[in-house]
Design a protein around this ligand. Structure first.
Ligand code: GDP
Ligand code: MN
Length: 380
């Protein structure tokens, strides 16, 4: 589960971390009122869960009521990297001289948490890690003892942070680590930590991801989940009870079983395509579930073709085929070509039933995936 910036900053503030004064707004008038209360200049920030909002036009710094109104009007309702912006965070602007990075995550290779600091903040940290890994100071943490103050100071000095602010930055890092451990976070990232001319340290952005399997004991965070669902399609998937992950490609994938879906993803890649999603509709494939799945995949504007990978077990292939026919019959027009591969119990009967006016039936998984990838290339 990913928290929104405003939610993560609320958690940060409760833990005593320095965050700018801010208010959440969902209308232009609310945003202007918030800005007036906080006092100018303010930053108006889109609350969607994507990185790089600044570059994408989702953040504006404003000096007056007129500017605040224009900025809120421009950002609210905007489509930011595929996500609809329905709320902005209006925040006291920070006049900074330096942007740092601080974060805590799990180093899976080492099997320990790792705390990180860099003076190359305010830019894409993955790019820094790839091009200039030495610019990020790292400290592995023994989970039994936590991040000790001396370790935090060592990391901060190793990163080359100015002495005047080193103690404050080290305190931010230990607090982030404590939050990471206590709140069952998988990742916490502050990029940038801003340093002002007066030597103040402020957490200007906040990313916090929480382990879904720990939400049962993180009731405060679990309560934020509803609003934080983020991607509209992921929220829809929750509602339907599907396991769904949106990816960046254009081949929509639907299967009944996680392993089947994973295999399909690999094959799409193998045939030179890119998966648009992982969608496991679970056991059975009643018409309603198939309709819901198709609804979701068709709603993804990146999808150019869809491949079904269904294995008939207890649910027989002919029942699944009926489900697919019924589901597709509900659409006036099939918006994107659909390829079906059926295997297992009564697969042959199923393939005979499938309405080939609506779908392309392929005998093997390889040919089905290959066909779906061809369709994305406009080759019908
Ligand atoms: P992200 O682009 O989604 O990571 O959003 P951030 O909150 O990290 O903001 C991106 C960039 O916008 C920062 O690195 C700053 O350069 C700028 N920015 C954000 N908030 C402020 C602010 O309060 N004051 C100033 N001067 N710049 C800001
Ligand atoms: Mn950021």
């Amino acid at each position: 589960m990913k928290l929104h910036e405003y939610q993560a900053k609320g958690v940060f503030a409760d833990a005593g971390l320095p965050v700018p004064e801010s208010r959440l707004a969902s209308t232009v008038d609310e945003a202007v009122a918030a800005a007036d209360e906080i006092g100018y200049p303010v930053a108006v920030k889109a609350q969607v869960q994507v990185g790089g909002r600044g570059k994408a036009g989702g953040i504006e710094l404003v000096e007056s009521e007129t500017e605040a109104r224009d900025a809120a009007a421009a950002i609210l309702g905007m489509d930011l990297k595929g996500l609809h912006v329905d709320r902005v965070l209006v925040e006291s602007a920070v006049d900074f001289v330096d942007e740092l990075y601080a974060g805590v995550t799990m180093d899976r290779a080492k099997g320990d948490p790792v705390a990180m600091v860099s003076t190359e903040g305010g830019v894409d940290i993955e790019a820094v890690a790839a091009e200039n890994p030495d610019a990020i100071a790292r400290e592995h943490v023994d989970p039994d003892s936590g991040l000790q103050p001396y370790q935090a100071r060592r990391t901060v000095f190793e990163a080359g942070v100015d002495r005047e602010v080193a103690t404050d930055v080290a305190r931010v890092l230990t607090t982030l680590y404590d939050l990471w451990a206590e709140r069952d976070a998988t990742e916490i990232e502050v990029n940038p930590v801003m340093v002002t001319a007066d030597g103040d340290v402020v957490c200007a952005d906040a990313v916090m991801n929480v382990d879904d399997d720990a939400l049962f004991r993180q009731s405060e965070l679990a309560a934020m989940e509803e609003e934080a669902a983020g991607d509209d399609l992921e929220a829809k998937a929750n509602e339907y009870g599907f396991d769904y992950v949106r990816l960046s490609g254009n081949v929509g994938i639907i299967g009944n079983g996680a392993g089947l879906v994973m295999t399909t993803l690999d094959l799409v890649d193998h045939f030179g395509g890119t998966p648009a999603n992982f969608l496991d509709i679970g056991g059975g494939a009643k018409a309603e579930r198939v309709t819901n799945a198709l609804d979701m995949v068709f709603a993804d504007e990146n999808v150019d073709s869809v491949v079904f990978n269904i294995f008939g077990g207890i649910t027989r292939g002919d029942e699944v085929a009926k489900g697919i026919n019924e589901a597709l019959a509900q659409f006036d027009e099939i918006p994107k070509p659909v390829v079906v591969r059926l295997a297992g119990t009564n697969a042959t009967e199923g393939m005979e039933i499938l309405n080939t006016d609506l779908v392309t039936v392929e005998e093997t998984l390889e040919s089905a995936v290959e066909r779906a990838v061809e369709y994305t290339e406009g080759d019908r």
